[in-house]
Design a protein around this ligand. Structure first.
Ligand code: SF4
Length: 87
């Protein structure tokens, strides 16, 4: 049964760069959601823009509904388990 508290709230995603192992897997699988910054750590994208300032609310991006399954797949596949989903 779906969680009624989640209704209407888009999933959000963020990466803990302090744990990222620079595998590049997330960007390879979902370049619409992830990218590698100049510091070689992975960051999420918001409207195509790389949010390359680590930490805090500003580094979270909403996941479009049609990419939610892909985001979940990437979070599970991340070798460092540092891709976090909210909602
Ligand atoms: S899959 Fe995980 S460890 Fe690899 S680059 Fe992405 S966030 Fe970093």
């Amino acid at each position: 049964m779906p969680d009624p508290t989640k209704k209407g709230r888009p999933m959000r995603i963020w990466i803990d760069q302090s744990e990222c192992q620079n595998s590049g897997l997330c960007e390879e699988e979902a370049p619409q959601l992830f990218g590698i910054g100049n510091d070689f750590f992975a960051y999420v994208r918001r409207d195509g823009q790389l949010l390359d300032q680590p930490g805090g609310e500003d580094s979270q991006a909403e996941v479009p509904e049609h990419l939610a399954e892909l985001a979940e797949f990437c979070a599970k596949a991340c070798p460092a388990s540092c891709i976090h989903l909210i909602g």
